[in-house]
Design a protein around this ligand. Structure first.
Ligand code: NAI
Length: 246
């Protein structure tokens, strides 16, 4: 489905990002995976994905720094001269009730999740505009659609991503670029591993399908949107949440 395509995936070395990278490689894409700090984890993921037979490049950088997006765009130009897919998946949480949340707690999450997505879209879409083709997928969250206690910072960042996705879709549609967001529900990754079994069981009770999601549930949707199967879809937020929001 993605043979000959090049994809940039932020936060692509673990969790949901890694599952997306794997699905893309299995379907013939070369991938460039951006990660923030864990070299060992990144190298391990790259070695694992390379076995699938496509090019896998890892890039260390903090998406909250606008220089990272510029550098990735530069490297993309040097390596392959083109980029077909951008997945803005990197994200963090820093959950606290509002009365305990400092301005720094708030800003840090906005910087990584929202500003990082903006910097990446700006630099990579500039390359896509020249090609007159491309697909951008931004990772939103159920939290940005319906809110969550102790996640004022995170919900704001994810709701912002939704707004940005819609505006970018309108700006870029005539240039052959589709922009969509995925809003995952409760997915079992390192991000949610801090929750106790009791908390996970309680969460599952609110899910129509009665189970927590797996990274592959999100990867399948990303693959669909990135491929020509999603050729007539833009400016949409696809909830992949087992029916938490209905
Ligand atoms: P994770 O914590 O397992 O992985 C996140 C990845 O993003 C890591 O590889 C990390 O290095 C990278 N990252 C974080 N901040 C970065 C930065 N400033 N610069 C570069 N890389 C950075 O998280 P998970 O669960 O795989 O989440 C992936 C995305 O899905 C995030 O945007 C998250 O908000 C979103 N999401 C996750 C849900 C879940 O239940 N796990 C639910 C809804 C949305």
């Amino acid at each position: 489905m993605l043979k000959g395509k090049t994809a940039v995936i932020t936060g692509g070395v673990r969790g949901i990002g890694k599952a997306i990278a794997k699905a893309f490689c299995q379907n013939g894409a070369d991938v460039i995976l951006c990660y923030r700090s864990n070299d060992e984890e990144a190298e391990k993921t790259a070695a694992e994905l390379k076995k699938l037979g496509t090019e896998v490049t890892i890039f260390k950088g903090d998406v909250a720094d606008p220089a990272t997006a510029k550098e990735i765009a530069k490297q993309v130009k040097e390596y392959s001269g083109k980029v077909d897919i951008l997945v803005n998946n990197a994200g963090i949480t820093n959950d606290k009730l509002m009365m305990r949340m400092s301005p720094e707690d708030f800003t840090k999450v906005i910087d990584a999740n929202l500003n990082g997505t903006f910097y990446m879209m700006k630099e990579i879409s500039a390359l896509m505009v020249k090609q007159r083709s491309g697909v951008i997928i931004n990772m939103a969250s159920v939290s940005g659609l319906k809110g969550n206690p102790a996640q004022i910072n995170y919900s704001a960042s994810k709701a912002g991503i939704v707004g940005m996705t819609l505006s970018a879709a309108k700006e870029l549609g005539r240039r052959g670029i589709r922009v969509n967001a995925i809003a995952p529900g409760f997915i079992e990754t390192d991000m949610t591993a801090i929750l106790t079994e009791d908390q996970k069981e309680a969460a599952a009770k609110n899910i129509t399908l009665g189970r927590l999601g797996q990274p592959e549930d999100i990867a399948n949707t990303a693959l669909f949107l990135a491929s020509d199967m999603g050729a007539y879809i833009t400016g949409q937020v696809i909830s992949v949440d087992g029916g938490i929001i209905m």
